[in-house]
Design a protein around this ligand. Structure first.
Ligand SMILES: Cc1ncc(COP(=O)(O)O)c(C=O)c1O
Length: 381
């Protein structure tokens, strides 16, 4: 039996989203920029989706720039601010997704430092939560951009975005919130949050892959990453992905992720009871309701993942986006763990179709794999 327990990596597309995408592709096959009837029909699909997405995120339709996903949204926001800024400081957390950390690396090279750039990456505490006070303390009059994710993709731990956003607004410092993992799991209100940018991605909530958006505060200038035909009011050129956009809007609000917290909690309770060596990151702080980041000291997360895969369970080790690479989780490393410990995690993220029986079956499989691996290593437990 195959069980999918990796919803933070992606949520398999919902039927309602696929149907909406199919409808958009067949009923409105024109280019939304074309002036004729076929173009106008496609434009209507994009506009309707834009209105729905704006209403759901507490934004106005004009705030939305459609993109290919969270990665592109983060890159557009960062590029828009920093490519036209005087050298200065950038403040972020050490646990951001690579879609934020990688583009910021450009500003921490020796050459960038010589020009006057600096990047402060604030480390989280032992629960995986970044302190708002530490973020705020790192911001000064030369700060050009602040980036803080709403929920971490590995641990699910919520970050104190609002407190940092309030300070940034007071100081007039642009802020980017990567809310990709929070969409559908926590109410988001872009206007009330008062930040300059927020990134979202459709495939985490059951929309088609390759469709996301960047919310941009009114009046904030965008510097295009891919200049071209001037779509999205000159903010993101390229013909809009009409089916993807329609599918994204159709997926909104269709999954109630809070319903997975009893399954997640049962999984954690059973696991710790049966394998007392296991510990759960962020157990006592606010987390997304479907996520469990488990530490199994002495184990290798990749090996566990492969063994569980053989038993039909799809889970992740550390960040899904870096799976395939043999790098320890940067999130756990930032929490002060040794490299070996940081390699000993698996991430389970529940979603539609999962049941308490799946949680219990996963615990049993994990315990069996754990015992087998320990025996193979010649250890007695
Ligand atoms: C927090 C976070 N930001 C950004 C991304 C990238 O989003 P996308 O896959 O839509 O490019 C992900 C994907 O895992 C994520 O979890």
């Amino acid at each position: 039996m195959q069980r999918y327990l990796d919803f933070n990596a992606t949520c398999p597309p919902l039927r309602v989203a696929l149907d909406a995408a199919d409808r958009a592709a067949t009923e409105a096959p024109g280019n939304p920029s074309s002036l004729h009837w076929a173009g106008r029909a496609a434009r209507r699909y994009v506009d309707d989706a834009r209105d729905q997405l704006a209403a759901y995120t507490g934004a106005e339709s004009g705030n939305i720039v459609f993109t290919s996903g969270g990665t592109e949204s983060n890159n557009i926001a960062i590029h828009s601010v920093l490519s036209v800024a005087q050298p200065g400081s950038i403040v972020t957390s050490a646990i951001e997704h690579p879609a934020v950390l990688k583009p910021l690396e450009h500003y921490s090279t020796e050459k960038a430092k010589a020009l006057g750039w600096s990047v402060t990456r604030v480390a989280p505490d032992a629960n995986g939560a970044v302190s708002a006070a530490e973020m705020i303390a790192a911001i000064n009059k030369d700060t050009r951009l602040v980036c803080l994710m709403q929920a971490n993709n590995e641990s699910g731990v919520m970050q104190p975005v609002q407190q940092v956003a309030d300070y940034c607004r007071e100081q007039g410092v642009p802020m980017l919130v990567d809310a990709v993992q929070a969409l559908g799991k926590k109410p988001l209100n872009f206007k009330a949050m008062g930040v300059d940018f927020m990134s979202l991605s459709g495939h985490k909530i059951g929309g088609p892959k390759g469709t996301g958006l960047l919310l941009v505060r009114r009046g904030v200038k965008i510097v295009e990453l891919t200049p071209g035909g001037g779509q999205e009011r000159g903010r993101r050129s390229g013909t809009e992905n009409v089916p993807g956009i329609s599918g994204f809007a159709a997926a909104l609000g269709k999954i109630d992720f809070t319903t997975f917290s009893p399954i997640r909690d049962l999984f954690e309770k059973e696991l710790v009871e049966k394998l007392p060596v296991a510990s759960i990151i962020g157990k006592d702080v606010g987390r997304t309701p479907n996520t469990s980041l488990v530490m199994l000291p002495g184990m290798d997360g990749e090996t566990l993942l492969m063994q569980l895969d053989l038993a039909g369970f799809a889970v992740a080790s550390g960040s899904a986006c870096s799976s395939g690479k043999r790098e320890p989780s940067h999130v756990l490393m930032a929490m002060g763990m040794t490299e070996q410990l940081a390699r000993s995690s698996i991430r389970v993220s529940f979603g539609p179709g999962n049941s308490e029986a799946d949680a219990v079956a996963l615990v049993d499989a994990l315990v069996a794999v754990f015992r087998r691996l320990k025996q193979m290593a010649g250890m007695v437990i």
